[in-house]
Design a protein. Structure first.
Length: 77
């Protein structure tokens, strides 16, 4: 069973940057707009979209061969 951790896009970007991924909130937003990743509305603040942090980790790790430090994420855009 996979546990999902839904966080705001800005927090997801901050956490992923701390793990060595080259990502920002704008890139995450573009991925969400294209339907590449799932989003949910924040039940507390309707202006905020939540993303599954583990889904993003898997996406970025897969696109870069499993290493968060390899290159940039231009091919995700």
């Amino acid at each position: 069973m996979t546990i999902q951790r839904w966080v705001p896009m800005r927090e997801a970007a901050r956490l992923l940057q701390a793990e060595g991924f080259k990502v920002n909130a704008n890139l995450i937003s573009r991925l969400a707009t294209r339907g590449t990743i799932q989003t949910r509305d924040d039940p507390i603040d309707a202006r905020v979209r939540l993303v599954d942090l583990d889904e993003l980790r898997r996406l970025f790790a897969t696109r870069r061969g499993g290493s968060p430090d390899e290159g940039d994420n231009d091919d995700l855009e």
